[in-house]
Design a protein around this ligand. Structure first.
Ligand code: SRM
Ligand code: SF4
Length: 573
């Protein structure tokens, strides 16, 4: 491994100094945790992220608080890092308990297969994190400038290939997790943290300043890109060998979707092919990729600090050379990339080992009890009674795994008794939709998302029925700002919030998630979106060839030509 180059902090972004002086992610966290205050200081908020916690406030209550001269309603969001989305029954129940006892009574399945618990007060943070850790999961690496949760197809299919992929996933998690003891000291053994610990050894991979920015890795399986692998800094596509085992991985680098409004030098991008590596050496390659980003990523400007900019600024050939110098071996050329479908794994499936799994649709990832649909209670009962393993999908849904065939009627009965619609009966438009949290917890939201999508998506389902497209697998994704958390730039249709009540509308992603969509209309009031899309969807219904998806059709026509052509069609309808 090439050592860290010497650095000084001159001209670096503020977060660089905080990381450098954090003593391997300790900072003042331990001291501030003990203080009887409602919030952490600004510097500690940055350190806290590495431990999987965001300081937020309830934005619904801001105005009222301001009027009354009160502070904001500060609260924490805890994100548990769950590689491949695999959660034991006990870990599920622990999250449910924390949500009920200290959080806002809901669990949220994220687009990266994690759980988020919102609304935890500072004073309850330590108890919440300890409860999560007792079930062998960690929040370390949920957020921060380091490797985030490593995604992997969660379908619990029992075969040699998947078994070997899961082993590689475990090795990747081990090889890319920071080595600091700060997390254990602060959250699991407070007394140790308070006693003056000697300086820990520097993390060999991350150095003193960790990475310039967040870093995301996903593992897709050939034939199933359910993790949206091309959106990642490091994208690994597992390939089969002739005997049905794992041959190795195609390695792609420099995907990422974040952009900033009115800053054209920030943009979403899909990952570019780097090479192929056999399974035994994938951790070496992953650590080398992280190492190049650590040493060459932009630490002066956080808007230009993701790997996608490093790769494009220096060129993919330079990047490959850097990786090969660090690993000491050459990458093979990538295998021809296929367009692998994005499967949602919903409904009943045979695992291939005598057991079954059920993929349960969760609207926008929010597990909660609401009028008529008591999803949280239903899941608690199912997990307590049937003890399935739980797996979280990248489309914000839940898989209940390792069920006996004889347990199927009971699972159906519990869902029915709690008013939960079985996945098979969810309209295809709703089933293929995702929305990020946005209001009231996300401090970066400029528009509603999770709370706006349910009404809009039902209007779109009616429209699609009317036009006769209900059987087409069109994906619909909404975010409350341009950061791209529900991956709107990879959907057939993307809605990106621009201000309260308005969205940029993007069209033309492919169903396999390999192509970015294009901006079709700016700043559209939400109530006008169904009418805006009536024209393109109607034209598609008239003109589509067999097997041509909506996104591919739009891409073929082009958004500019499409907007000119829909007006006459609208007039004739
Ligand atoms: Fe995200 C920031 C929620 C997946 C790009 N994201 C945030 C924060 C933490 C807001 C903040 O920084 O204060 C949001 C917390 C909201 C809340 O109240 O819960 C947030 N992001 C989410 C989640 C929960 C959305 C969801 O619907 O599930 C996802 C959590 C994933 C996880 O478990 O780790 C989530 N975020 C993503 C993705 C999708 C993905 O990774 O596949 C992206 C686009 C891919 C990418 O990273 O490029 C994404 N989030 C961002 C960005 C833009 C990053 C950039 O390079 O510009 C930000 C803002 C930032 O980092 O400055 C952000
Ligand atoms: Fe917040 Fe924007 Fe991400 Fe939505 S896309 S969760 S509004 S940062």
């Amino acid at each position: 491994m090439v050592p860290n180059p010497p650095f000084d902090l001159e001209g670096m972004s503020k977060v660089e100094a905080i990381k450098a002086h954090s003593n391997q992610l300790r900072g003042e966290l331990s001291t501030e945790l003990k203080e009887d205050t409602k919030l952490f200081t600004e510097d500690t908020v940055q350190v806290l992220k590495f431990h999987g916690v965001y300081q937020q406030d309830d934005r619904d209550l801001r105005k009222e608080a301001r009027k009354l001269g009160l502070d904001k309603h500060y609260q924490m969001m805890i994100r548990t890092r769950i590689p491949g989305g695999i959660v034991s029954a006990d870990a599920y129940l622990a999250h449910d308990r924390v949500a009920g006892e200290w959080g806002n009574g809901t669990l949220r399945v994220t687009t990266r297969q994690d759980f988020q618990l919102h609304g935890v007060l500072k004073g309850d943070l330590k108890s919440s994190i300890r409860a999560i850790n007792e079930t062998l999961l960690t929040t370390l690496g949920g957020c921060g400038d380091q490797e985030r949760n490593i995604m992997c197809c969660p379908a619990p299919v029992s075969d040699r290939f998947r078994g070997e992929v899961l082993r590689a996933l475990r090795d990747l998690v081990h090889g890319l997790t920071p080595t600091t003891q700060a997390y254990n000291e602060i959250w699991l053994d407070g007394e140790l943290a308070a006693s003056n610990q000697p300086e820990p050894p520097v993390d060999e991979l991350y150095g003193e300043r960790y990475l310039p920015r967040k870093f995301k890795t996903a593992v897709a399986l050939e034939g199933d890109n359910c993790v949206d692998v091309y959106a990642n800094d490091l994208a690994l596509i597992a390939r089969r060998d002739d005997e049905g085992g794992l041959a190795g991985f195609d390695v792609l680098v420099g995907g990422g979707l974040g952009r900033t409004a009115n800053k054209p030098d920030t943009w979403p991008a899909v990952a570019l092919p780097l090479g192929f590596v056999v399974a035994d050496r994938v951790v070496d390659v992953a650590r080398a990729v992280v190492g190049v980003q650590r040493d060459y990523g932009d630490r002066t400007n956080r808007r230009h600090a993701r790997l996608k900019y490093t790769v494009r600024d220096h060129g993919i050939d330079w990047f490959r050379e850097q990786v090969e110098t660090r690993t000491g071996f050459r990458l093979e050329p990538t295998r021809p990339l296929r367009r692998d479908p994005v499967l949602d794994h919903l409904g009943w499936h045979d695992q291939g080992d005598g057991s079954f799994y059920y993929g349960l649709y969760v609207e926008n990832g929010r597990i909660q009890d609401s009028d008529g649909c008591r999803l949280r209670s239903a899941l608690t009962k199912i997990v307590e009674e049937l003890r399935p393993q739980v797996r979280l999908t990248a489309q914000q849904n839940v898989i209940l795994a390792n069920l006996e065939e004889s347990q199927q009627p009971r699972l159906r009965a519990i869902l029915a008794a709690h008013g939960v619609t079985p996945s098979e009966q969810v309209h295809s438009v709703i089933r293929n939709s995702m929305a990020c949290p946005a209001w009231p917890t996300c401090g970066l939201a400029v528009a509603e998302s999770e709370r706006a999508m349910p009404t809009l998506i039902r209007q779109l389902a009616d429209l699609v029925d009317e036009i006769g497209l209900a059987d087409e697998p069109i994906s619909w994704r909404m975010t409350g700002c341009p950061n791209g958390c529900a991956r709107p730039y990879l959907g057939d249709v993307g809605f990106v919030g621009t201000t309260l009540g308005k969205y940029d509308v993007y069209l033309g992603g492919d169903p396999e998630g390999t192509r970015l969509n294009s901006l079709y209309a700016r700043n559209v009031p939400i109530e006008d979106i169904p009418q805006l899309l009536r024209g393109p969807l109607s034209l598609y219904a008239l003109e589509r060839g067999p097997g041509v998806t909506f996104g591919d059709w739009v891409d073929g026509v082009g958004v500019d030509e499409l907007s000119q052509r829909v007006q006459p069609v609208e007039a004739s309808l």
